[in-house]
Design a protein around this ligand. Structure first.
Ligand SMILES: *Cc1c(COP(=O)(O)O)cnc(C)c1O
Length: 367
């Protein structure tokens, strides 16, 4: 009988599956989820609507109602077309497959969202990266040096960037988009936590698309991403979309939730305030250096060599954060902490203070 390793691509055999740590029973501050549950008004309408969903029928393949609500809440002008994905991950995959001519490459900064590289490589499209500067901002010179050499067809730029949390400088972004001879996707997964957005740039740049997701807004379980821009691009990409990629329950729940966008906004405003409070408090803890953030998480640099042990000390205390040490040289000694509820953040800070004073007491004793 045929064995998997006779048929499966060699590069797939060598791959590691994307790992999601077990978080049962933990305070989950590792995945940029909204820690608050859905507002009651949405839950009630959703119950009523879910009961009426005709699950024996295929979903609306064009997600018409959902797109209409998206247009209204996201202020998407009629001249642009929208493409929906099963999370923005699926949209990243769609755009990459669409440009996957022989020799085509994908480029993104490093460090940035890991799925750009993972999905490119899964699609067998070579991925190249260029370094960000020491503030994790776009360095046009570094970008064009790699871009001129590699001639990539597609550029992903996340702003705010993950895992650093900062917005990219608008002048530098503009320069990159204006002079890049390929397609640019600005990934605004964290748009709800930032004061600057790039959708108004669509009228300026014919090679630009904007991508957002409901995941970081409190609806990670729905899996809904959306990409919009000039119909000349979107209509081509839409040909590769699987016919019913957005299921009926997601369409209905997303539509209802977006009709209550103001209530989701109340939650994101709370998260933004908590983020700023968390950054101030972390600054005061010895050995921790938080970076500024325009997202719902904070990148924290810790004392040299302490990131992994701090990550596991937190895990022992029931708090799951993301350890970035070892993922990229620019985030050595770094943890990424998602903003939780007020109580979760208070608890995190208590635990961090306790660990920090223990570590520094030990260091003093060793002196
Ligand atoms: C979390 C994240 C996404 C993932 O979005 P999904 O819609 O959940 O697939 C996309 N881009 C960036 C930069 C992210 O951090």
């Amino acid at each position: 009988m045929v064995k998997p390793n006779e048929l499966i691509r060699d590069d797939v055999l060598r791959m590691q599956a994307y790992e999601v740590p077990d978080s049962r029973g933990m305070i989950k501050l590792d995945a940029m989820e909204n820690p608050h549950s859905l507002p009651q008004a949405i839950v009630e309408q959703w119950r009523e609507r879910a009961a009426r969903c005709e699950l024996n029928r295929y979903p609306d393949p064009g997600s018409h109602e959902l797109k209409q609500v998206l247009r209204e809440t996201m202020h998407i002008a009629p001249e642009y077309e929208i493409l929906l994905g099963n999370g923005s991950d699926e949209l990243i995959q769609l755009v990459i497959s669409a440009i996957a001519k022989p020799g085509a490459k994908v480029i993104a900064p490093a460090p940035s969202f890991v799925m750009y590289q993972i999905i490119s490589e899964a699609a067998r499209v070579p991925f190249v990266s260029f370094p960000l500067d020491e503030h994790f901002d776009l360095d046009p010179e570094a970008f064009f040096r790699v871009a001129h050499r590699e001639r990539p067809a597609l550029l992903f730029l996340a702003s705010p960037n993950n895992p650093s949390g900062n917005l990219l400088h608008p002048d530098r972004l503009r320069e990159a988009i204006a002079e890049f001879p390929g397609l640019v996707v600005i990934d605004e997964a964290y748009f709800a936590f930032a004061d600057r957005h790039h959708d108004s740039w669509l009228s300026e740049f014919g090679n630009l698309l904007i991508m957002r997701t409901l995941s970081k807004l409190g609806l990670a379980g729905l899996r809904l991403g959306f990409l919009w821009g000039n119909p000349d691009w979107i209509n081509e990409l839409d040909k590769l979309r699987l016919p019913y990629n957005i299921n009926s329950l997601t369409q209905a729940a997303a539509e209802i939730s977006l009709r209550h966008f103001d209530e989701l906004r109340v939650q994101t405003d709370v998260i933004r305030k908590e983020r700023d409070r968390l950054i101030r408090a972390l600054t005061d803890i010895r050995g921790l250096h938080p970076y500024p953030s325009a997202a719902n998480f904070v990148l924290v640099r810790v004392t040299e060599g302490r990131a992994r042990s701090l990550h596991s000390d937190l895990r022992d205390a029931g708090i799951l954060v993301k350890c970035l040490d070892g993922t990229h040289p620019a985030v050595r000694n770094c943890l990424r902490i998602t903003v939780g509820t007020r109580q979760e953040n208070d608890h995190l800070m208590d635990v961090l203070r306790r660990i920090s004073s223990r570590v520094f007491a030990r260091l003093r004793a060793a002196d």
